[in-house]
Design a protein around this ligand. Structure first.
Ligand code: GLC
Length: 643
């Protein structure tokens, strides 16, 4: 039983008699010993004890700042169980300004979300940031002051209120690893204030930075090589693992933790339901290590979790850990902390493996890798996605790649070539991101539709490839909609948006080609959905809308770890089964560009009935066999259910 479940039991006992204040006290009492263990495992010096007392007072103060309406909602959420695992959850991610101008513009589009079936929005940073380069707002000047280009705090509070009324969930980022170099702590540090210099990793000479550099990888080797930046005003080096203007916070200082906890609660108090812990794998730095995924980072995250749970138990955390498959799962918490870290994590492994399957036309590495990932805790879930605002990293497990008979380095090179215009036969149109000649590593950028061949197909006016691209877009989304977890559609993908090359004309974006997949939402295309019945955008939109509706109609798609991956004898076909009580749906996807078949005997062996006894939910038709074989057309997907 994790802490959330304990708190649920407390909240449900004699509820009417209990005030939200007394429930807060019970939660504090319930979580206190774990908070104590986590805190002192990170902060072991004698003088740290006073900070622990400050933390306890802070929790009390923070609870008082939580609006009454949200305090009540917290109790309802606790009682609602694991709402985030429901089949009703379907998300969309967007830059508010690029989607529809500002917060009020977003509000105008609530009917659009409703039409498509979206009830969960990830809004990328909307708080103040430096003018010019700011990593799309991931360089924060403040944690809760809304940037005027998005509107005002009142606009946002009004928006979250409206969202709550419409049963819409909202997620915002908590940029927990770094602030911008204009953040008030950084300003004070630059003015020479030693107290605030200790909020960051600052050094007078290169001695320690050089030691760190021996093992720290580079995140942006082309645009921001190295992990330290010299600041002239401060006359010191400061750690900047991401861009030079993003200063890494020093969590070895307990004051930083306590202040950041207050910032976290401030964000939650805006009416946010899910908080995306940005770049959380980087939270703890240690000489001689990669300074990613360190045990202390996990301790720190669970400390945030346990404290937030005391103050705002209805708010949950999403781990943005784009790391190796066996490391991602650890962000749900391990050992005594199982289920007490983040409730949700990005399924970056599934995402990267799906792109591998498109390029290789085979599902084998995907099947092997996802079958070997340990089962996640019962109360956890994934965010499943194919694209987001970032690049695609090729985070495959080298051992599994070798087991497939490929050399990992050559294989990575093949995937990069496939997506980045180096293979004549490939329809994909992507760009190489942050190629590092030192180790041959590179990542991929590009919109889903362009990576899946639509841009090339339209240029070549090749109807067959256009059809293939559309089918691929739907097949990929069909997987994230049916695989256990919250599907997160990247805004624009629902209308098959192509690459946007205008970033090359923008001096703040030119050095970061992730902007090729950060287009403005094209409302002219949306307006034509009703009239242009056969355009790729219309077909994708209507196809997605239908799949979303079907997901919501079938409880098998709620995530209770009810997934079974089947290793299909045909290596081009990915097969998994979702079950609830005595109902099952099998999702079959053909990654090849030719028709592939599966023998009836194998289908029977995994429980699929034949003849008129099963249907494909997508078409409503029964499954046809020709000479005891089921045929899947190129990139075809079936959602089979026995009847
Ligand atoms: C996350 C964001 C990415 C940003 C980075 C640094 O990975 O998704 O866009 O560049 O954090 O904040």
């Amino acid at each position: 039983m994790n802490q959330a479940e304990l708190l649920r039991i407390l909240a449900s006992r004699d509820q009417k008699k209990k005030s939200t204040q007394s429930l807060f006290e019970q939660r504090l009492a319930t979580n206190l010993s774990l908070i104590n263990t986590q805190f002192f495992s990170l902060y072991q010096e004698k003088e740290h004890k006073t900070y622990f007392l400050t933390l306890l007072e802070t929790l009390e103060t923070l609870f008082k700042t939580r609006p009454k309406e949200l305090q009540n909602q917290d109790i309802d959420r606790l009682n609602a169980g694991n709402w985030y695992q429901s089949e009703q959850m379907v998300g969309m991610q967007m830059y508010v300004d690029r989607f529809n101008k500002d917060i009020n513009g977003l509000k105008e589009k609530l009917p659009y979300f409703e039409d498509l079936g979206i009830n969960f929005l990830h809004l990328m940073p909307i708080t103040t940031r430096p003018a010019g380069e700011n990593d799309g707002g991931y360089a924060v000047n403040s944690y809760h002051e809304i940037d005027s280009k998005y509107g005002t705090k009142t606009d946002f509070l009004d928006f979250t209120k409206k969202a709550r009324k419409n049963d819409m969930f909202i997620m915002l980022d908590f940029v927990v690893n770094h602030t911008s170099d204009e953040f008030e702590w950084a300003q004070k540090a630059k003015e020479g204030n030693l107290h605030y210099q200790n909020y960051y990793y600052t050094y007078s000479d290169r001695h320690i930075p050089d030691e760190f550099e021996k093992t720290l990888p580079e995140i942006f080797p082309q645009s921001a090589p190295g992990n330290f930046t010299y600041n002239d005003e401060m006359e010191k080096w400061v750690m900047t693992c991401f861009n030079t203007y993003q200063w890494d916070l020093n969590y070895r200082n307990p004051e930083v933790f306590i202040e950041m906890l207050s910032n976290l609660v401030g964000l939650a108090n805006l009416g946010v339901d899910v908080i995306r812990f940005d770049a959380l794998a980087f939270l703890w730095k240690k000489l001689g290590t990669l300074s990613q995924n360190l045990p202390e980072a996990h301790t720190l995250i669970s400390l945030f979790r346990l404290c937030l749970q005391v103050v705002a138990p209805g708010v949950i955390l999403l781990a943005e850990a784009i790391v190796a498959p066996r490391n991602i799962i650890k962000y749900f918490g391990e050992g005594t902390l199982t289920g007490n870290e983040c409730e949700v994590a990005y399924n970056a492994s599934l995402m990267a493996l799906l792109w591998n399957s498109i390029a290789t036309k085979k599902a084998s590495l995907l099947v092997k890798s996802v079958s070997e990932i340990p089962t996640k805790p019962q109360d956890a879930t994934w965010v499943n996605y194919i694209r987001c605002h970032d690049d695609i990293g090729l985070g495959y497990d080298d051992d599994f790649v070798r087991a497939m008979g490929y050399d990992p380095t050559a294989h990575k090179q093949f995937i990069l070539n496939y997506y980045c215009g180096k293979l004549e036969w490939s329809p994909a149109k992507g760009l190489m991101f942050m190629y590092n000649p030192k180790n041959g590593d590179g990542r991929i950028t590009g919109s889903a539709a362009s990576l899946l061949g639509l841009e090339t197909a339209l240029e070549q006016k090749n109807d067959k490839i256009v059809d293939y691209a559309i089918t691929k877009i739907l097949m990929m989304h069909g997987i994230i909609l049916t695989y256990g977890g919250i599907p997160m559609i990247y805004a624009g993908d629902e209308i098959a948006t192509l690459n946007d090359y205008s970033y090359e004309q923008n001096e703040d974006h030119i050095n970061d080609n992730r902007w090729v997949n950060r287009p403005m939402q094209n409302w002219n295309i949306v307006a034509k959905i009703k009239t242009e019945k056969d355009s790729p955008s219309t077909t994708v939109y209507n196809g997605l809308k239908k799949m979303i509706r079907l997901r919501k109609e079938h409880t098998v798609f709620a995530d209770t770890n009810n997934i079974k991956i089947h290793g299909c004898p045909n290596e081009h076909i990915f097969v998994f089964q979702r079950s609830h009580e005595d109902e099952s749906v099998w999702v079959l996807s053909n990654f090849n560009e030719v028709t592939e078949t599966i023998n009836i005997g194998w289908l029977l062996s995994i429980g699929i009935l034949t003849g008129k006894n099963s249907i494909d939910l997508l078409t409503g038709e029964s499954i046809e066999f020709i000479q005891n074989e089921l045929a899947l057309k190129p990139y075809e997907q079936l959602w089979i259910k026995n009847i």
